[in-house]
Structures are given as C-alpha cells and as structure tokens.
Ligand binder design. Sequence first.
Ligand SMILES: Cc1cc2nc3c(=O)[nH]c(=O)nc-3n(C[C@H](O)[C@H](O)[C@H](O)COP(=O)(O)O)c2cc1C
Length: 383
Amino acid sequence: MTDTPFDVAEIDRLLTTTRTVRKRLDFDRDVCDQIIFDCIDIAEQAPSGGNDASRRWIVIRDEATKQKCGEIYRRNGDFMINVADRLEGSGHGKEHVFSSSAYLVENFAKAPALVIAAIWGEHDNSGRPGLFDSVIQSAWSFNLALRARGLGSAWTTLLNASVDELAELLGIPPGVTTIVTFPVAYTKGTDFKPVARRPAEQITYFDRWGYTRARASEDGGAHFEDGPGVVAEVDIEAPPKAVWPIVSDIRFPAGANTELQGAEWKSDERGVGAVFVGHNKLGDNEWSVDNHITAFEEGRVFEWSTVDPTNPGARWRFEIMDQGVGSRLRFSVEIGTANNLTYPMAMASDDPVAVLNGRRKGIKANMQKTLDAMKAAVEGARA
Ligand SMILES: Cc1cc2nc3c(=O)[nH]c(=O)nc-3n(C[C@H](O)[C@H](O)[C@H](O)COP(=O)(O)O)c2cc1C
C-alpha cells in the first residue's frame, strides 16, 4: 500500500459517481444558503487564467425569477420533449438521456436554487486563457462538492441560448459571460454509479496523434508487448446503418489503401469465426494472410485478427458510433508480436522503436485514406 495523502478509494468514488441528476432531484427539500456558499468556496480553489478572480456566481432563489428562468429553459429545451416522446420505448441508446433531459425541461424552476457560474469576459477566439477554461474546472468542483454533501445537479447550458433575455432578467452587465446553470437540490438517495466510458487505452495517444498502447508500458517506451497501435477517425454525415455496408465490405479498403491489394471471403457465413484472405504488397514484399472475424455487431463493430485470433499479427477494428446527427467511424489496429512484417523488420533493426513508429505512420496514412474514401462513398451515395 503506497502512502497517499487521501483516501483514494473514497475520492475516486466521488469522482466516478458524480452523475448528471435530473429525475432524482428532490424538489421538496430546501437547500440552505450556507451549503451553497460552502460549495462555491470550494469551487473557488480551482485555477483561473492569470489567477485573476473573475468568476461570479448568481444564485436564484426568488420564486418569480426562477419561474422566468424555467420558462426560458422550457422554450429552449422544447425540442428535447419532442425527441423524448419520439424515442419513448424505442430502446434507442439516447432514450434515457432524452427522457431525463425532458423531465428537467418541464421541472427546471422547481429546484430550490438555480446557480449560475459566470465570468467577466467575452469569448473573442483569441486563444487567451480566462474564459470557459477559467470556469469549467471550478464549476465541476462545485458539482463534486454538492455530491459530497448529498446534493446533486445537472450541468445545463440551455439558458445560454437566450443571453440577452437572461441578462435583462438578472441584470447581468455587458462583458460578462454565463457558462453553466445548475439546478441544485438534495438527491433522492445517493447511490449513484460509475457508467461505461471508453477506456483510457483507446483514447490516449502517446507522443503523436493516433498512436495507442493497448496496455500500459512499464517505462513509457513503445514496446510490441504493450500492443502498440494506431487510430484514425472520420465523421460521416449518415446514420450507422448507411455506413455499415461499406465497413463490412472487405474489398472496399483495397481501392483506397496502397498496401492492401484485394481480399476475398473463405467462408460462406458472416460473423465471428468467418475467415477472409487479404492480399498485401509493401515495396518488394507481397504476402497473403488469413483474417479471422473476431467481433461482428451489425451497424456497430467489424473486427478481424490476422494469422491467429488468439495471438494475432494485428487486430483491425472498425467501429461506427452514432453521433445523433451522423456517425463517427473509427478504424484502429493493434500490432502484435506475431506480426509477420513489422515485428521482424523492427527486431532486425538497432532502433526497433523507429521502425515501429515508421510503420505506424504508413499504416495510419492508409487507414485515413480508407476512411476518407468510405466517407466520400457513403455521403456521395446519399447526395
Ligand atoms: C457542456 C455540457 C452541456 C450540457 N447541457 C445540458 C443541458 O442543457 N441540459 C441537460 O439536461 N443536460 C445537459 N448536460 C448534461 C449531459 O447530458 C450529461 O453530462 C450526459 O448525459 C452524461 O451524463 P452523466 O453526467 O451522468 O455521465 C450538459 C453537459 C455538458 C458537459
């Protein structure tokens, strides 16, 4: 057990279970001003650009003012009620969040206090610190401090769509920007849980955009044993079901990719366990390899492992993420020690990391070309 200045497990529980609370806000229990002061004092310990104390907090307690805020929130959030109605019972991935958000749209003014975090300053896109980036960390501390005391809230931004009206209502002077409004209340129960998020290994890039490690390296270096990889992504203006046919077409990448020359199915079935053969060419090297489908979820995941699925030369994966208005297509590869090209090339060199990274660069460029071609094909077919 390492010597740490905090009870890490308890702090991590706070950090991982501070959820957006809407339906479980207890509107019948009052919140005293002292708790709000305490939470703001804690929040004010957060850093700010230039250490210039420019944050301001507006706590709305007056019933008539709360009602007016509620009306603005309702007007700006009306679309959420329509979406929630449409998604009800559909099992859609966003059904829950829209149902919860719509509930808040209808009940916003019932919170015992509405707390706005604001800052002196206007966004001028100058890249200088001091505006959003001097409020967000503080506002989140406020939310954590609430949770630690049995209260909760939701990070809401819908009032910001009516800044002039809000400024008029609350007397906010020109030159001040409102960032977030928290409907603050005690929560009904405190048993909130962590949620599934994409693991760090998949969204953390080492030394260069898109360079991943499937496992943590002991010394921070790039080793084959750590599952080095590459990620490329593209946003496509089409729903996942329109992207899937191209993603699952094993021949498509050959047209866009300078290394892959062609591919054909060896199996009649499609799904986990099916095999296709891929033909590749890099410089004077030409080789064919069996690719085993290792994940197959229609409209979502198409993954294959080269050589041997239990000890792959490489594991390639397409993932289609529903972005609501379109799809984000992610193409990733994890290179294994059974890789029949990269691994021996690197091992034969005095600088294996340079060879590995050189390969990653080439693979990534091909992956991006493949994605761009997929985007063009899907969007072109819909134009
Ligand atoms: C920048 C930002 C704006 C948000 N705006 C709203 C909003 O206006 N109304 C709302 O009900 N939730 C809003 N949310 C809350 C998100 O919907 C919520 O964080 C997300 O569903 C994840 O839920 P979780 O925080 O419990 O993990 C916002 C969150 C962020 C970070």
